[in-house]
Design a protein around this ligand. Structure first.
Ligand SMILES: Cc1ncc(COP(=O)(O)O)c(C=O)c1O
Length: 356
């Protein structure tokens, strides 16, 4: 089983024979404003640090994260993106079963398969607006399984109220919940970090999307101390490079105003873009909350063809036919700056108009 992702802008540019700067990438879900301000200068002025070993366990960075969110330092681990933990978690438990709330981020399934963990699908449906039905989910839990929940969910963008999720996790103490909040900072919903940590929760917090640093590779895993011990004992040394440690510390201490700016921009742009998408004759929009929008094509055209036609206009969108539980009628776009959103909407309008 292989990982499939959007945002492979370098290889797309190579195939099209253009520069990455010529492409408008709406296929990955990064902040529309690029890297958080001040970070570049901070990294450049610390470049000489790569001549030394970074802290083996990112202790300073974990302490800064813990202080910011009112945790103990031994309740936090830093890794090479949350991807490191997505792949480490299924190998760390004796349990050999997992439940995936699909459609969702496909690496959960890949990670389970690589670890020899049997994963079952719990399907969300378009008829239910891809909302998580907790009663139905409860009937599928037998105890001991890993349950992956992405909130808000990629690719649907659907948000679960944090308090409701927190209650559910506590009501199911025999299951182990892995909650991925990679896209939560784009919404105004509080994080599970703001509530007490249930014993059976592992929380993933990515720095890639909200701070615009997917290439720096930094993510955090938060859990109760005794749960994290199984990882910290085996955590490989120097898993987070010096630049990511320095940059991460800087962002945690300085980037809140930037995060708020991104959040208000998304709250303002989302309804505008959705309204424009709904004017398109064949498009149904799935109601969500994050910095990306899932759409359903009700007409003749399918997502692979649409993605190809958009690419001819140097615009990358995500054909969602590789997500378990979706098919070739679904595509996803992320929100960009206003000019980018306009360019995408105009291209969609033109392509769909030509194919009526
Ligand atoms: C839901 C979700 N979780 C995790 C990741 C991986 O992020 P990171 O860069 O923190 O490894 C992605 C990347 O696309 C994602 O969409």
């Amino acid at each position: 089983m292989k990982s499939i992702h959007g945002g492979n802008i370098v290889s797309v540019a190579r195939t099209l024979g253009c520069n990455t700067a010529d492409l408008l990438d709406l296929s990955s879900n990064l902040t529309p404003f690029g890297m958080a301000p001040g970070l570049k200068e901070m990294l450049i002025s610390n470049l000489e640090q790569i001549s030394f070993l970074p802290e083996a366990g990112s202790e300073t960075l974990c302490r800064v994260f813990a202080e910011k969110y009112g945790l103990q330092p031994d309740e936090v681990l830093a890794g090479n993106g949350t991807t490191e933990f997505i792949f480490a978690l299924p190998t760390a438990f004796h349990t050999k079963k997992a439940l995936l709330v699909n459609p969702t981020y496909s690496d959960y399934q890949v990670a389970c398969s690589w670890a020899g963990v049997d994963s079952e699908d719990f399907f969300l449906t378009r008829e239910e607006g891809f909302q998580l039905n907790f009663e139905r989910l409860a009937t599928r839990l037998t105890g001991g399984e890993l349950v992956f929940i992405c909130n808000p969910n990629n690719p649907t963008s659907v948000l679960i109220p944090t308090a409701r999720l927190h209650d559910f996790i506590r009501q199911q103490p025999k299951s182990i919940f892995i909650v991925d909040e990679s896209y939560l900072p784009f919404t105004s919903e509080p994080s599970l970090l703001d509530l007490d940590l249930p014993e059976n929760l592992f929380l993933l917090c990515s720095s890639s999307k909200i701070y615009g640093i997917p290439g720096l590779r930094l993510g955090f895993l938060v859990a109760r101390k005794k749960n994290l011990a199984r990882f910290s004992d085996r955590n490989k040394p120097w898993g987070v490079n010096s630049m990511a440690q320095i940059g991460g510390e800087f962002l945690l201490q300085n980037a809140d105003p930037y995060v708020h700016e991104v959040r208000s921009y998304i709250a303002e742009q989302r309804p505008k873009v959705i309204q424009a998408l709904m004017q398109l004759p064949q498009v149904e929009v799935i109601e969500g909350a994050a910095n990306f929008i899932l759409c359903y094509l009700g007409g003749r055209m399918r997502a692979p063809e649409l993605a190809e036609k958009m690419l001819q206009k140097r615009i990358m969108i995500r054909n969602c036919d590789s997500f378990t539980g979706l098919d070739d009628r679904y595509f996803r776009i992320s929100l960009k700056d206003e000019a980018g959103n306009r360019r995408c909407l105009e291209a969609l309008k033109q392509i769909m108009g030509d194919n009526l």
